[in-house]
Ligand binder design. Structure first.
Ligand code: NCD
Length: 351
């Protein structure tokens, strides 16, 4: 007799370490759900693969070769929460390595409109496609879908493209890839000071990047945010448990001169319950050229984008601004991840 399926709540009540064991097959990641799944050796492997993909695209016939690597695969991009960059960079990543794609972005145009559950919809996708990239506003929903699909015995890999306020693992990977490339000649990610600035409570990109960075214990975190939007207690507990040093602050200008990396974010007011965003002066958590001049010459500024007013466009031309590069890196990194999930990264050696 098979065990009864757990409810959504009971499934997520299991600690991440227990859930993560279901997301690995044949020694590789199968479902991509949490930043905690990426330890340093795997990150290094993905960064090297992304570098290689970038290099190959610049060579004669390189793009043609890359397109042949996964041309037998098909991906469903299921994005039921607004997205520009993540959606487009996954699409461009699929195109780079030859994966055919289809998309559902508006459930009102699918059978969900006729009352079909999302669970049944995802099961349909798994019959037609070899993987599903998924963004959904509900925290943990992608993980639960992966669990349900596994139980059907006809599972395909699910890649989490952002799950509510909860996690955004591929954004964290491309953030660290950008830091890794920027700090390549300066000893890498270690022994650096990182400031995360803005709405840290509800920004899933920050949350995932801090989880991913926290495996390097010799760095320093500064969380600069209005008191109402400081990092969540569980993230603080996580850092405390690991003995990682961090500071909380409301004053960006006093922190800036010391930092190696400043990670800016926008106000996540789509998660407001009762207009709480309007009670904060968010202009204090913004950068213009005058503030940037106070930063170290070799520091870097990141932003997951989209931005509003938190980085003035005049900063874009400053060499410390790497957010446009970060965005391009996302495409190469996601292509590297797809090659990993399908066990095809070694094929690049054929070029
Ligand atoms: C981020 C997200 O969706 O969480 N954007 C992205 O994926 N590039 C950040 C945001 O929306 O502020």
């Amino acid at each position: 007799m098979t065990a009864p399926l757990l409810s959504f709540e009971d499934y997520l009540r299991q600690p991440p370490e227990a859930r993560m064991t279901h997301y690995v097959r044949k020694g590789r990641l199968y479902h991509v759900m949490l930043p905690q799944q990426f330890e340093e050796p795997l990150m290094e492997e993905l960064f090297d693969t992304a570098d290689l993909i970038k290099e190959i695209t610049r060579k004669p016939n390189g793009s043609g070769f890359l397109k042949s690597v996964l041309r037998h695969k098909k991906a469903m991009l299921y994005f039921t929460q607004p997205s520009t960059r993540t959606f487009l960079s996954f699409l461009a990543a699929c195109q780079l390595v030859g994966i055919d794609t289809a998309e559902v972005r508006d459930p009102s145009l699918s059978s969900e409109y006729k009352g079909e559950s999302q669970e049944d919809g995802v099961r349909v996708f798994s019959s037609y496609f070899d993987c599903i990239v998924m963004r959904d506003p509900k925290p943990g929903f992608c993980e639960y879908m992966a669990y349900l699909l596994d139980a059907t015995g006809r599972s395909v890999p699910i890649l989490n493209g952002g799950s509510g306020k909860d996690q955004h693992p591929t954004q964290a990977l491309l953030d660290l890839y950008t830091m890794h490339r920027s700090f390549f000649n300066r000893g890498g990610l270690r022994k650096k000071r990182y400031a995360f600035v803005g709405d840290l409570l509800r920004g899933r990109a920050v949350r995932s990047s801090v989880y991913l960075l926290s495996q390097f214990q010799d760095l320093e975190f500064h969380f600069v945010a209005p008191a109402a939007f400081q990092i969540a207690p569980d993230l603080e507990d996580h850092l405390k448990t690991l003995g990682i040093s961090y500071q909380l602050s409301e004053d960006l200008e006093s922190v800036l001169p010391e930092m190696d990396c400043v990670y800016m974010t926008r106000l996540q007011d789509e998660y407001d319950l009762s207009g709480e965003s309007q009670l904060v002066d968010y202009s204090r958590y913004s950068l213009d050229l005058e503030k940037v001049q106070k930063m170290k010459q070799d520091s870097i500024i990141l932003h997951p984008l989209p931005r509003r007013d938190e980085i003035h466009p005049e900063v874009d031309a400053d060499p410390r601004a790497v957010y446009w590069r970060q965005l391009r890196n996302g495409m190469y990194l996601r292509a590297a991840l797809l090659l990993h999930v399908f066990g095809a990264a070694h094929r690049l050696q054929e070029y």
